[in-house]
Ligand binder design. Structure first.
Ligand code: UFG
Length: 323
């Protein structure tokens, strides 16, 4: 994707999974990218070579923003649902307070654009699927609650201070972009865990419940390729309007059960991937599927790697590369 105008952009969390992929794509599109990351969960070697790296905390972005930027892409966050239940303070301070400090600094230094990583977790247990942006937001864990709180803060800062803001609510992000992929120290996500089994780094995968009200009894999720997600960020930067805060769901609109994901991973890797069924994981909704009609219509977003097989194949290439 190409843009007419080269922008200078601050990418918070640009050493993390989604942040590093987006930073890499922005660099490729010709933008000048500065990555701000404290490396608490990110990896320095994931930062694109042509981006400038500043190690630091989002809450202290002020002096950096004083240099002048066309926009901020704010990925840096605590993002483990389970941890958010046991250590909520990390989420309220690390996500909400730090983001409000970032908004203050953006306001002080007149930074005109913001694209924020929001999440499907802001909706909680949906009444119906696919989920639209107008559906009720009733998060079932502190992680989702903190992301929703930031969305509210962004709305008021955009209205009061003229920031052109977009929140992108990711559903289940997977896949990789070359050397940029998912490698969390504490891994909780289905596809990377399954691929660890295929690499013989774990014996088996645990299926969290097969008594859900779904066709095969396992939870259903909407998987989106990380590069399609990155494309949406570029479009959002382009289409953001001063004084407005727009919210878009990002998914493919198709759900796959845990068993279907396992089957696809077996096909892609050629590994039998043993699985055992355990109890449900607290806080898991049965089905999460996005309606991304608004992103398609308003942003002109069109996912190019929507097939689950493609998503898994790219994640597998990355997993084998990083071992
Ligand atoms: N699962 C298993 N076994 C595992 C890991 C996951 O059966 O070892 C299941 C989960 O129960 C769930 C599905 O696989 O049904 C997907 O789980 P992930 O942990 O990969 O993803 P989540 O759907 O829990 O998480 C995603 C985003 C979060 C967001 C959440 C909203 O990654 O950021 O949706 O519910 F908060």
């Amino acid at each position: 994707m190409t843009r007419a105008r080269r922008m200078t952009l601050l990418v918070t969390g640009g050493a993390g999974y989604v942040g590093s992929v987006c930073a890499a794509r922005l660099v490729e599109a010709g933008h000048e990218v500065v990555v701000l990351d404290d490396l608490r969960t990110g990896h320095e070697d994931a930062i694109p070579h042509r981006a400038r790296f500043v190690r630091g905390d989002v809450a202290e972005a002020g002096p950096l923003l004083a240099e002048g930027f066309d926009g901020v892409l704010h990925f840096a966050a605590r993002s483990l649902v389970g941890e958010s239940m046991t250590d909520p303070q990390r989420y309220w301070w690390g996500n909400v307070v730090a983001s409000v400090q970032l908004l203050d600094a953006m306001t002080e230094h007149g930074i005109p654009r913001l694209v924020f990583s929001s999440t499907a977790a802001t909706y909680g247990e949906p009444e119906s699927v696919p989920i639209t942006e107008d559906d009720p937001t009733r998060p079932t864990n502190p992680y989702g609650a903190t992301k929703l709180a930031i969305d509210h803060a962004i709305s008021s800062y955009a209205a009061a201070h003229g920031i052109a803001a977009v929140s992108l609510r990711y559903f289940n992000v997977a896949g990789a972009f070359g050397r940029h992929g998912e490698r969390h120290t504490v891994e909780t996500h289905l596809i990377p865990l399954v691929l660890q089994v295929a690499l013989d780094r774990r014996d088996k995968i645990t299926i969290f419940g097969d008594d859900w009200p779904t066709a095969d009894g396992t939870c259903v999720r909407d998987y989106i390729h990380v590069t399609d997600l990155a494309d949406a960020h570029e479009l959002a930067l382009d289409r953001a309007e001063p004084g407005r805060h727009k919210v878009y769901n990002l998914g493919n609109g198709t759900g796959f059960s845990v068993r279907e994901v396992l089957e696809t991973c077996r096909e892609v890797t050629g590994h039998p991937i043993p699985a055992e069924v355990a109890g449900r994981r607290p806080g898991d909704p049965a089905v999460l599927i996005a309606s991304s009609e608004r992103a398609r219509t308003d942003l002109g977003w069109k996912p190019e790697r929507a097939e689950l097989r493609t998503i898994v194949a790219d994640a597998w290439d990355f997993a084998r590369r990083t071992g």
